[in-house]
Design a protein around this ligand. Sequence first.
Ligand SMILES: CC(=O)SCCNC(=O)CCNC(=O)[C@H](O)C(C)(C)COP(=O)(O)OP(=O)(O)OC[C@H]1O[C@@H](n2cnc3c(N)ncnc32)[C@H](O)[C@@H]1OP(=O)(O)O
Ligand SMILES: O=C([O-])CC(=O)C(=O)O
Length: 378
Amino acid sequence: MSDEVKRGLEGVVVSESRLSYIDGDAGELGYRGYAIEDFAHEASYEEVLSLLWNGEWPTRSERDEFAARLADERELDPAVYDLIAELASTDANPMATMRTVTSALSAYDADTDASPDDREANLAKGCRITAKLPTALAAFARLRNGDDPVEPRADLDHAANFLYMLNDTEPDEVAAETFDTALVLHADHGLNASTFSALVTTSTMSDLHSGVTSAIGTLAGGLHGGANQNVMRMLKEIDESGKEPREWIEDAVAGGERIPGFGHRVYNVRDPRAGILETYSQRLGETAGDPRWYDYSVAIEDYMTEEKGLAPNVDFYSASMYYQMGIPMDLYTPIFALSRVGGWIAHMLEQYEDNRLIRPRARYVGERNREFVPLDER
Ligand SMILES: CC(=O)SCCNC(=O)CCNC(=O)[C@H](O)C(C)(C)COP(=O)(O)OP(=O)(O)OC[C@H]1O[C@@H](n2cnc3c(N)ncnc32)[C@H](O)[C@@H]1OP(=O)(O)O
Ligand SMILES: O=C([O-])CC(=O)C(=O)O
């Protein structure tokens, strides 16, 4: 057995998957063999979930049935609302709230005692988790502002219903479509850190709720999903500094800072999702007559690409896009989770079909054969 250390598991292949294909040199991403550019605008999040979980695009009737099943599961148990209200009253971190709520949902899940690898029970649990998290996040966002939660509406699709519950106003077509595309584009991405942590959890034959709880904790960090809110904080800081974006970034890079939204473990070129999200960010700026956030982003990208050879990742343009939709900054990463939950579940379903415990090793570099000294003699 080789003792070579692969820091960060870079380049290590640990499993086979039929879910997402990534070519990091060509900048290509596909779900189950379909290039994202071919369906991102057209397919809904519900269709993508169905594709990821079942392997094929649903027919219209299958899509309707699946969407209705999800819509039926949006309500939360009153005890979960109480928990969210409690967390909102302490101004808890939204990602910590999502993690805690996911864990709590298992207590109210009808299939909580099913065998961890029972596919039908897992599909039912998957529907419940995916359907309930948007209700939980919207309720939390409203309660912390002193507003009452808004009941989900079964006649709205997954994306539109979330915006409706968040704002207590039915979104217009542009907002609903933009948000739906963001959900579609964030749904899966190979063995990224959060998906891997879900798989580590379920590889012990733990349950789906535990896997999603682990994954949310992993997504929260600034090197992963947390980067999207850091991007917007940076854009705001640039705006307030009065400096040119290029000058601001130059100073930040010279100061040794990592620029959020740039760089990627797998892509050596521009993340293909960034290109699609960029068009939405640009369009929203033009419509609002304030292209500032998009323009800053382009100036930063130009500098980072030319001077550092680093391209934007998915978190870069999603930030200005969500901001221009009026979404509070600290909800961007939880929104990433609302989408990625579909990918996490798809990977866990795949893992249960052919599971092996994930248990790598560390090379021990500490001292050995040291003599134990009892407490009173130290
Ligand atoms: C959904 C997602 O998770 S997408 C990623 C979201 N995360 C971010 O946007 C945070 C900023 N980006 C980063 O920190 C990194 O690019 C990561 C974590 C995404 C990838 O990290 P790794 O593959 O481990 O690359 P690593 O950290 O070794 O970086 C390689 C080199 O590029 C530099 N670098 C990488 N990203 C950046 C960045 N955003 N800003 C400045 N320098 C960077 C590193 O300093 C390092 O330089 P060095 O070799 O001179 O020390
Ligand atoms: O793949 C990764 O490492 C990070 C990423 O872009 C994602 O999770 O969408």
